[in-house]
Design a protein around this ligand. Structure first.
Ligand SMILES: NC(=O)c1ccc[n+]([C@@H]2O[C@H](COP(=O)([O-])OP(=O)(O)OC[C@H]3O[C@@H](n4cnc5c(N)ncnc54)[C@H](OP(=O)(O)O)[C@@H]3O)[C@@H](O)[C@H]2O)c1
Length: 353
């Protein structure tokens, strides 16, 4: 594996570039690419454009121009060898005279695979699997979940008091957390293809579920707003049904059915912002891939708790997650978590079945 500091720096930058376009590339992967000139100087950067636009490598090569000749391409996903809506990236890299390519994640899909082989056959030095785990956990996670499990990657976001209440006993829940945490939610929405609530939240809070800037203006991107409303309880006047962004109302019987519907609509990264009922339904089915919990330093002492009944009765069955990072957000705290051991199907997040 490469230990070259310039290549490792470029790989970190490529991951950031991929993350910067999350929420705009689906159903295509959010890839980042950096071109290093023959002397190791970064000369081009690129990230996947919205569907139909150039792939990351092509954008980075365009920026590098002639300085790419004899240089190295650092890419988070193996370049494609097939002609989809854009030409094969492997050919573009060859035409630009790239001498070496360093890739994080080997391409897992059949029609697109083979870019590394084609480049090797043409004499390019190819290294696969560099910081692969980091890239898989980052911007590529949604797309990879789609390839492997044919469903969107699910991020569950919830704001709660220190005693785990998501609303007061009278049902009021607005602004449990402060400005900075709320701004972080809008940034998080912008990285997702769709934002989901249940009818309970749509009725109680009447959220608009759009991406808004600090002044409260609706801004792009506009993730699909999704409400699961199996009994047609949500009125046509609900804000989530306004024309600020597209909305999909589902009557899916269960989370797996809903995810299948959303996958068919090209959703690869879903933000679950529902209340405790929907959160519990997803957790019970092992369908939460990441949790983002905003905790406010307050107590309510009563009111609905962060997650509804999980059907567990004893401590050894507790659903355990591991902390990815903890970030202060103004006066609040954000904890990002992932299931301890992610397994498919109807199992607890730690795989005990
Ligand atoms: N602080 C926060 O971050 C936060 C976020 C969201 C909500 N909240 C609070 O949570 C409360 C609302 O909680 P909630 O649990 O009623 O909201 P919810 O989970 O968003 O909605 C629950 C409803 O979703 C529907 N649903 C659709 N598919 C389902 C499935 N597979 N399993 C279960 N239910 C499904 C059900 O209604 P149908 O049968 O009619 O379809 C169910 O009653 C409010 O007080 C709100 O303020 C707080």
């Amino acid at each position: 594996m490469t230990t070259d500091p310039a290549e490792l720096r470029a790989m970190r930058r490529a991951r950031e570039l991929g993350e910067s376009v999350l929420g705009t590339t689906s159903p295509n992967p959010a890839v980042g690419a950096v071109i290093l000139a023959a002397d190791g100087t970064p000369v081009g950067e690129g990230a996947t454009a919205p569907p139909g636009g150039p792939h990351a490598e092509v954008a980075a090569l365009a920026q590098a121009g002639d300085r790419a000749r004899g240089g190295t391409a650092i890419v988070t996903l193996e370049p494609c060898a097939h002609t989809g809506r854009t030409g094969p990236c492997a050919d573009a890299l060859l035409a630009a005279g790239i001498a070496r390519i360093v890739v994080a994640v080997p391409e897992p899909t059949e029609p697109a695979g083979g870019g590394a082989d084609r480049l090797r056959a043409a004499g390019v030095d190819v290294e696969l699997g560099v910081e692969q785990a980091e890239a898989e956990a980052g911007a590529l996670s949604g797309w990879l979940t789609g390839v492997r499990e044919h469903r969107p990657f699910v991020v569950w976001k919830v704001a709660a008091t220190l005693d785990g209440r998501v609303a007061a006993a009278d049902g009021t829940s607005r602004w449990i957390t402060g400005d900075q945490a709320r701004a972080a939610v809008h940034r998080l929405r912008a990285t997702c293809d769709a934002v989901l609530v249940g009818s309970g939240t749509a009725l109680a809070d009447d959220p608009q579920l759009t991406v808004r800037d600090a002044e409260g203006r609706n801004v792009a991107p506009k993730p699909l707003r999704v409400v699961v409303d199996r009994r047609d309880r949500v009125p046509t006047t609900a804000r989530v049904l306004d024309d600020a962004a597209p909305t999909y109302v589902s009557r899916a019987a269960d989370p797996a059915g809903l995810l299948a519907e959303l996958f068919d609509r090209d959703v690869r990264r879903l933000l679950l912002e529902g209340g405790p009922t929907l959160a519990a339904a997803f957790l019970r089915e092992g369908l939460v891939d990441e949790a983002v919990v905003h905790l406010a330093p307050t107590f309510l002492g009563a009111g609905p708790s962060l997650v509804g009944d999980l059907g567990l009765s004893t401590i050894t069955d507790a659903l355990s997650l591991s902390i990815v990072d903890v970030t202060p957000l103004g006066g609040d705290v954000q904890i990002r978590l992932r299931p301890t051991r992610h397994t498919e199907g109807h199992q607890h997040a730690d795989g005990r079945g």
